[in-house]
Each structure stands twice: as structure tokens, then as C-alpha cells.
Design a protein around this ligand. Structure first.
Ligand code: AMP
Length: 437
């Protein structure tokens, strides 16, 4: 018997309904903010992620699932190196959504110079080679948005407001959500700040782990995120980003906060919030649910340099992503079921096999009227057809016996009150629709 890969899940039943609900809520809410849906390929050239996410990030260095055709792999194994491969032969499954959307925006020229911003959202599986555990999968699902061509701090605030509204509409108690924000500076002030953090780590080398010492050289800000408590304790004394912003970044951050205040959105400033991907500039944010034990349920930020990193013209942008599986867990911890009820239906029952033809026609007519209709395909008795109707959450049953069929009539039975009415067969769909509404 085949087995699914560890850290992947089959999506069906209530889990699938929950995923669909997350998309429905997103479509309605993000649509009101002017976002259209996009789907980029799950398979991209490795360079798309290396340029965008950053060579030094854990996601690119350790977690990306690489993909090779069988023919290519044979050659690679024989040679022991992929150094001779062309960029188009080096592929990976996307570990996150932003780099692919930005690649698509550059390739298809979504934001020509001087054009209005483009606003896109997606709902897609992501792939990361992590050690599977609760809330951490190798194939997981994200809903995310990317807003390209928007430099205004109002767009940072609107993005955050939309994210918080999304969580509310999914069923979260807003009082239990913690929104953390920070500003990481830009190309003007970040290099000097990075250097300060690097020096700080090297000054405290004997108090920090090996990995942080490595980070000092490749990506010093990541030391704020170290899993070792003792490193994080040392980093409490490190220079903080908001105190090292240039005037433009400081003004941008202050304006974002003024907009959030005006909208009545509560936030906590966390000067150590850095997020794992290199492309972020200025505003970054993350949302956690108190007491859920699943870590961040979503986060994002501004990435004004990313379009250029992907080969496009300088174009500011920002976005966020939320993780479906963690949202389901966090909601369940609050006693909220995201999936909603199983769908109801109308069940068409025949009193004997002689009515099979009439049942067939009646079922089709209901479906053509847009009603979820079911019938028996296994020769069940009438009693067991009613049982089946209950199991399928039928609100109404249409019962067809020899007398009804001979008279061109059908009986509609309310499954909860057991009330029955007879209607002409020709008016069945109309009568059922009227009763259901
Ligand atoms: P990130 O792209 O790492 O900022 O992740 C955005 C969101 O995706 C997180 O807040 C999580 O909700 C979710 N997420 C990230 N990695 C995983 C994973 N391995 N398994 C499940 N959800 C994840």
C-alpha cells in the first residue's frame, strides 16, 4: 500500500471545506480591497528563490525541495555535481509565494513605469523540507497577497488592517490576536545597521552559539531569531532597528503607526522582529494567537527592492501570507470550527425498482435547477433510502411511488417535520426551490 510523504496531508471532507472557506473569505474581503487572484507555477527556477529570498536564508539553504527530471538526475549522480546545469534545469518547488508572484510581475510587465499598483492574492500549497511536527508540514497551504507599485505608508497600514480583518472574519477573537510590527530600514540605512549588529555579535562571540557566529557574517539580523534562549538574551542588548533608521524610513514607520492608530488597530512594537527572508525592507509584521501554541499564524512586510532582485525596474511592494494549517489549529484551540456544516441535499426516493426511471429524471431536473440532489444507486428499500437521506443531511425527500408516477405527480417530504405535499412532476424543481428558500 502506498503511503503519503511524511509531513504532507490529504485534503478532504471537513479539512477541504475549511480550506475552501479560507479562500471564500479571502476572495470576498481582498476583492473589496481591489485584489485579483493569481496562480503561479509550483515549480520555479531555483534562481527565482535565490535572488528573492536570499542565498543565506534557511529557506533557500536548507529547506527548498529541489526538482530534477529522471534523465537529468542520472547524469547528476554520475557526475556528482550540478555545476554544469543551465539555470532552467535547476528547479525547485516553491517554499513561499512572494518570489514567484514578483517573478511573474517582472516577466509579464504587470507594473509598467507610471502605472497604477497591481494587487494580487493567491491560495496555494508551499513546500519546505522541514522536520514535520504539529503545525509544521512539508507541504502546507498559504493564502497571501502581493501589492506591487505602492510606496505609500497608507498601503502598509491597509495591508495590516486587511490582514487583521481577515483573521476576524475567519472566526478569531480579535482580543486574543497579537500584532507585532517593526521597521527594518532600507538600502540607505540597513547596511550600516547590519554592520552594527555584526560587530555586536562578534563582541559577544563567547556568549553566543556557533550558528549565530556564522550568521554574523552572512545575515546578522537573524541572530534575533535564534532558537537558543542564551543568544536571544544577549541580543536584547544589541542595537535595535528602529533606532537606526534613516530619516525617510523613520518618517515612513511613524506614518504607518499613525494610520494604524487612526483605524483603531492595536499593535505591539517589537524592535527585534526581523522575519526570516532577506527581501524585507521597512515595515514588517507578524500575528500570533495567545495560548494557541502554534507560533505565528501569518506575517509579511514591505519589500521595496524585490522587483529589482528579480530583474525588474525598481518598484516598491509589500504583502503578507497566512498559513492555513496553523489557522485551523489556532481556531480549534479557541473552540471554533472553520469548516462549517456538511452540505445538505434533496434526496429522491422511489418506493420500488419500477420507479427507477422516474427517480432518474426527477434527480436530473433538480440538479439542473442548481440543487444538490442525491438518489439511490444500490437498490435500497424505501426505509433504507430514508436512512441514507438522513445521513446525507437531506432537508427534503422527493418520494415517487407507482400512483404518483402514473398521475405525473411527486411527493415532497420535509425530513424534519415529516410534512408532505404533492406537486405536479413538471413543477417539482420550482416547488423544491421555493421550499428550500
Ligand atoms: P513565512 O513564509 O515563513 O513567513 O510563513 C508564513 C506563514 O505560513 C506562517 O505564519 C505559518 O502560518 C505558515 N507556515 C510557514 N511554514 C510552515 C510549515 N512548515 N508548515 C505549516 N505552516 C507553515
Amino acid at each position: 500500500m502506498g503511503q503519503k510523504v511524511q509531513g504532507t496531508e490529504d485534503l478532504y471532507g471537513s479539512h477541504m471545506r475549511a480550506w475552501q472557506r479560507m479562500q471564500d473569505v479571502a476572495r470576498e474581503l481582498f476583492g473589496a480591497y481591489g485584489f485579483d487572484m493569481i496562480e503561479t507555477p509550483a515549480l520555479e527556477q531555483v534562481d527565482t528563490f535565490v535572488h528573492g529570498i536570499g542565498e543565506s536564508t534557511d529557506v533557500v539553504r536548507k529547506e527548498m525541495f529541489r526538482a530534477f527530471s529522471g534523465a537529468l538526475l542520472d547524469g547528476l549522480l554520475a557526475k556528482g555535481s550540478e555545476s554544469g546545469l543551465k539555470p532552467r534545469q535547476r528547479m525547485a518547488l516553491r517554499p513561499e509565494g512572494t518570489a514567484g508572484v514578483v517573478r511573474a510581475a517582472v516577466e509579464n510587465n504587470f507594473v509598467p513605469q507610471g502605472a497604477a499598483p497591481v494587487k494580487l492574492w493567491y491560495a496555494e500549497p508551499m513546500f519546505r523540507g522541514e522536520r514535520p511536527q504539529k503545525g509544521r508540514l512539508r507541504q502546507f497551504h498559504q493564502v497571501g497577497v502581493e501589492w506591487l507599485g505602492a510606496p505609500d505608508p497608507a498601503s502598509d497600514a491597509e495591508c495590516i488592517i486587511m490582514l487583521m480583518e481577515y483573521f476576524k472574519r475567519l472566526g478569531f477573537d480579535p482580543a486574543r490576536l497579537t500584532l507585532s510590527i517593526n521597521s527594518m530600514g532600507d538600502a540607505a540605512c540597513r547596511p550600516a545597521y547590519r554592520e552594527k549588529v555584526r560587530s555586536f555579535i562578534l563582541d559577544h562571540a563567547d556568549e553566543m552559539c556557533e550558528e549565530c557566529l556564522e550568521r554574523a557574517e552572512v545575515n546578522p539580523l537573524r541572530a534575533f531569531d535564534c532558537k537558543n534562549d542564551y543568544c536571544r538574551e544577549v541580543m536584547k542588548g544589541a542595537p535595535l532597528a528602529p533606532e537606526n533608521l534613516c530619516d525617510d524610513c523613520a518618517a515612513h514607520y511613524a506614518q504607518v503607526k499613525r494610520y494604524l492608530d487612526a483605524a483603531g488597530v492595536a499593535y505591539a512594537e517589537d524592535s527585534t522582529l526581523v522575519r526570516g527572508l532577506d527581501y524585507y525592507t521597512r515595515t514588517v509584521f507578524e500575528v500570533e494567537v495567545a495560548g494557541s501554541g502554534v507560533g505565528a499564524i501569518g506575517g509579511g512586510g514591505r519589500y521595496d527592492g524585490l522587483m529589482e532582485l528579480e530583474g525588474g525596474k525598481p518598484t516598491p511592494g509589500l504583502g503578507f501570507a497566512v498559513g492555513f494549517e496553523r489557522i485551523v489549529l489556532a481556531l480549534a484551540a479557541q473552540g471554533v470550527e472553520l469548516a462549517g456544516e456538511e452540505p445538505s441535499c434533496v434526496y429522491v426516493a422511489g418506493t420500488s425498482a419500477d420507479e427507477r426511471q422516474a427517480v432518474f429524471v426527477a434527480t436530473l431536473s433538480l440538479r439542473q435547477a442548481g440543487i444538490r440532489a442525491e438518489a439511490d444507486y444500490q437498490g435500497r428499500s424505501l426505509k433504507s433510502q430514508f436512512k441514507q437521506a438522513d445521513k446525507l443531511h437531506a432537508l427534503l425527500a422527493v418520494v415517487l411511488g407507482p400512483d404518483e408516477v402514473a398521475a405525473g405527480m411527486a411527493t415532497i417530504r420535509d425530513m424534519s417535520t415529516h410534512e408532505q405535499v404533492q406537486v405536479p412532476m413538471a413543477e417539482l424543481a420550482e416547488a423544491v426551490v421555493a421550499r428550500l428558500s
